[in-house]
Design a protein around this ligand. Structure first.
Ligand code: GAL
Length: 432
């Protein structure tokens, strides 16, 4: 029996197997929470698990495969999922139940398995939540490109498909037909040119919330939230949500548990997709209904009272971003370089040891500190190991106390040079 979720880690199902349901969507049905998500193994594309307590997940079925039955319907769609034998990438599947047709309808992001140029949404349907879904094809909603997406069913049963359009520049909102199978009308193209992705929408006390991070591929970035009084109404400008890397997550869904709202995020591992973990964090609301999250190492749910408990330990571990979200300062012995983000790689973890107003930059793996000539050495009291953190517009600089030179990155190379030589902004983020 699983009694809590360790945030950020891969999860296992009741058979002890690694649970693959990335970019997950949830559906409450007949006393169960169903979780649908991505699986990339052979011809498996969407897996379904179910749980009564949100912690213990029973594998139910691979509900969508490359070889799934396909059936056209009144929307003109591309039914060949395995286009040109290149397979297909199916991302962020979300299922809603249609009372009118008694069908479970899955909306998802479709790509051709080779690149991200198809930019389509796709639909599949089933009579039961966890049966074999019938693939109904891929298409571009209202002719628009469509990538990261979600579904939101409003209180009156009106459903909306929300996805990024125009090469991710816009966040488009589409009202669905009453069978949830077609676009009724495009009602919004929000924040044109702001490149948001991974939307998650929820409603609380008549207020609507849309979470969306920036667009940086698998790498986490500063999340955002926007507010509205109705889905089709005016959405506010985007405000920050979570820390500079949204605690190393990207939103995928917001769950309701009694009066509580639980943020569900993916911790995509950019170097190992199958190592991607899950994060469940309670959402807090202030008096004006503004929302926030804080990191918690662990969370457990009590279904009788529909509440949760969390636990967290203090840690000084940080990662140091050497450019805009895609690379991090790493050390392997005596050298330093910029590396892709990997959650398994301790070479990317650092401790900032305070010395007066300055810091020693100590690598967790080697225990050595960064000297101002860019070499790692045993920790000493020498001032050439002392660094200042200077805050600057939207970022930080690491500046040697002794030489006044700053740490810059060019590709994988770390350069310690004049502050004006600026190849990228440094950002220090907690390594949750
Ligand atoms: C992310 C997106 C993921 C996946 C990935 C591919 O931005 O949120 O769902 O599409 O890009 O690079």
């Amino acid at each position: 029996m699983v009694t809590s979720i360790r945030n950020g880690m891969p999860m296992t199902d009741t058979d002890g197997k690694v649970l693959h349901a990335h970019g997950a969507g949830f559906l409450e049905d007949n006393g169960f929470y169903y979780m649908f998500g991505e699986v990339r193994e052979g011809d498996k594309r969407v897996a379904c698990y179910r749980s009564r307590d949100l912690m213990t997940w029973e594998f139910r079925n691979v509900v969508l495969r490359l070889s799934s039955e396909r059936k056209p319907y009144y929307v003109r769609t591309e039914l060949d999922m395995d286009s040109k034998g290149r397979g297909a990438n199916i991302e962020r599947p979300k299922v809603i139940y249609c009372e009118k047709t008694k069908q479970y309808v899955m909306w998802m992001h479709y790509e051709n398995g080779h690149d991200y140029n198809a930019a389509c949404c796709a639909i599949a349907t089933c009579d039961t939540p966890d049966g074999n879904y019938v693939y109904r094809g891929a298409f571009r909603p209202a002719g628009n490109m469509s990538r990261d997406c979600t579904i939101f069913k409003d209180k009156d049963g009106t459903a909306y498909f929300i996805s990024t359009g125009r090469d991710n520049a816009d966040m488009c909102v589409y009202r669905l037909s009453d069978d949830y199978m077609a676009i009724d009308e495009q009602v919004k193209a929000l924040w044109p040119g702001q490149y948001r992705e991974a939307p998650a929408v929820f409603e609380r006390d008549g207020k609507y919330y849309m979470l969306s991070p920036m667009c940086t591929g698998w790498n986490p970035n500063q999340g955002g939230v926007s507010y509205a009084n109705s889905i089709e109404g005016r959405w506010s400008a985007i405000e920050n949500f979570g820390d500079a890397v949204t605690y190393n997550t990207q939103p995928t869904y917001v769950l309701k548990l009694g009066d509580n709202y639980i943020y569900v995020g993916d911790r995509w591992d950019p170097t190992d997709y199958d190592n991607s973990g899950y994060v469940f964090l309670p959402i807090f609301f202030d008096e004006d209904g503004k929302c926030s999250i804080e990191w918690q190492d662990e969370i457990c749910f009590d279904m009788a009272t529909k509440t949760y408990r969390t636990a967290s330990a203090e840690s000084n571990d940080v990662r140091i971003m050497t450019d805009e979200f895609t690379s991090y300062l790493a050390s392997d012995g005596y050298d330093v370089f910029a590396s892709r983000l990997s959650y398994k790689d301790e070479r990317l973890i650092w401790n900032l040891l305070p010395k007066g107003n300055a810091f020693l930059l100590v690598n967790k793996r080697s225990g050595r500190a960064l000297r101002n000539d860019g070499v790692m050495r045993e920790v000493s009291g020498d001032t050439n190991m002392l660094w200042n953190i200077e805050e600057e517009d939207g970022g930080m600089r690491l500046v040697s106390c002794e030489s006044g030179k700053a740490l810059n990155a060019r590709g994988r190379r770390i350069i310690i040079s004049d502050k004006e030589d600026r190849f990228g902004r440094i950002r220090i983020v907690k390594a949750y």
